[in-house]
Write a protein that binds this ligand. Structure first.
Ligand SMILES: [Zn+2]
Length: 156
């Protein structure tokens, strides 16, 4: 099966931030407003298969994606989620992190158990997929935020 995260057409539609090693994209089925993903450009199925350069750059890239996602959502807090393997809910075998901006009134269940159950259900359903037009609009805004804060992002 072709990997959607190695598919340039898919990535180019969704990406809002990148460097040589990583790319940040908007999720196809956002669980909350500003739900982005980031991942190594190289296809690896586990973060423990990252090479030394990728390991070194990971936190800084995470920081930048979180910054952009929070600005987009008007939030100050977030969940950062990694699922490894089918039993953990990983649906695409290319290692990726979810960034979910959170707010006190976001209506997402507050217990982690309920939260993960609901998250898993929505990840498996194909309902609620954004159209390409909706994605383009959101990605345009995310890219604008990245551009507007380019200097600040470089310090993260
Ligand atoms: Zn891949």
């Amino acid at each position: 099966m072709a990997c959607p995260f190695c598919d340039d057409t898919n990535i180019n539609l969704r990406k809002f931030y990148e460097n040589d090693l990583f790319v940040g994209i908007y999720n196809l089925r956002p669980f909350v407003e500003g739900h982005v993903l980031f991942m190594p450009k190289r296809h690896v199925d586990s973060i423990f298969k990252l090479n030394d350069m990728e390991k070194k750059g990971l936190m800084s890239f995470a920081d930048r994606c979180v910054f952009i996602a929070l600005k987009y959502a008007g939030a100050y807090q977030f969940d950062l989620l990694l699922q490894e393997g089918g039993s953990a809910g990983q649906s695409i075998p290319h290692a990726h992190f979810h960034v979910l901006p959170r707010k006190f009134d976001d209506k997402v269940a507050t217990s982690k158990k309920e939260w993960l159950a609901e998250f898993g259900k929505r990840e498996k359903s194909s309902r609620g997929n954004l159209t390409n037009e909706e994605t383009e609009k959101i990605v345009k805004r995310l890219r604008f935020i990245a551009k507007e804060h380019a200097i600040q992002l470089e310090t993260l």
